[in-house]
Design a protein around this ligand. Sequence first.
Ligand code: NAP
Length: 432
Amino acid sequence: MRHIAVIGSGPAGYYTAEAAQKAFGDQVRVDIIDKLPVPFGLIRTGVAPDHQSIKAVSRRYEATALTENVRFVGNVAVGRDVSIHELIDLYDAVVLATGAPADRPLGIPGDDLPGVIGSAAFVGWYNGHPDHAGLAPALDGGGAVVVGNGNVALDVARILAKAEAEFAGSDIVGHALDRLKAGHAGDITILGRRGPHQIAMTPKELGELGELQRAAPVVDPADLPPVEADAALEPGVRKSVTHLRDFAGRPASDKPIRIVFDFFARPVRIEGDGRVERVIVERTELDAAGNARGTGETYAVPAHLVVSCIGYRTPPIEGVPYDEKLGRFANEDGRIVPGLYAVGWARRGPTGTIGTNRPDGFAIVDKIAEDTHGDSGKPGRAGLDALLAERGAEVVTFRDWQRIDAAEVARARIGSPREKFVAVEDMLGARG
Ligand code: NAP
């Protein structure tokens, strides 16, 4: 028997469990430990609430979760209820699948002003993550700046721009929908420090910005390279650039919100009296290596809300080797130290789609198969249960989650798949 503990119940965690089942059959026990009482990590609290088809992948994880040899151990925090070293003593393999839930800092003067937030917080707010439920972003028409040219920037801009009716069928949480209904951010400026050919936005997601009821995308045709240059682009980027060309060719819209793509523009300072009022932006150009280089020309973009969407970091865990520069655990193909592994964003950083984590999960199980031999005599889950009982931890099982899930579905507003609980105590209370 092999005993595996996976820390984190998002895609990387469940794909690792699925791979372990495929590799070891009934000769493995996998405990998926999560600090929240609810599973699925990024699927629940990262994927946009109006992208329900992406969220549907959690059904696949449910199939894994409901097998005999995989357990969900919710409401158990590593570092609070159990240490990483205790887990290494108890299990043959401990796999960190903790994702990258912390924002990379902007690192410019004024980035600590009220109203400047990272995308992890903003996305967590509209997705009902307990840590960010109290965010209350300014939606007073004073303008919003979204920093970054990736898919998270698109998610943030789209959610800010949507009219109430466009959230039909989504599971955006009530507190966010109420606030978005009561006001709007005003014009939304998406800052890209490089140009249209360097965007990290995928075509489907970019195309959605062109279909919004009350908001219109604005692209300056002068920012676009000659159309012939698109031929050299990778097909996905080329398709995205085609959307930008479409936006640039549209006549001025009378929709009340403009989503302005400001390319070759990097924020250098954020100013305001006690809260953000404007972002000072420097015009850039590309150097020979394709990096952004400041030109010295600056201008101000008014904003009462700034959301930086410039990538994420994995929070360090005490005693676990960490790569500060890359913002993830130091590892060699997923191996950190004997008995300890990393998978998904915690291993390779915050890139790729949900599905990218599947081969990741299978690859880490191959490593575990090479490194372990089955009968180490480690206690695994029995040892964890004893430790947690001794500490009075209130463990949430997958069956408990199914009751919380049913309660969320039962309290959904009409047309919505669920109304999430956003406080941990409410989640615990819904177990019946
Ligand atoms: P991302 O794709 O890495 O994009 C980050 C953006 O931030 C880049 O445009 C980058 O520009 C910019 N940036 C980085 N540092 C900056 C700085 N200091 N100042 C200004 N700009 C800066 O990251 P992401 O948007 O957070 O997405 C993470 C992953 O999740 C991606 O793989 C993404 O595709 C995926 N995702 C997918 C979906 C979906 O499929 N619907 C939705 C959300 C996220 P440079 O290129 O110049 O570095």
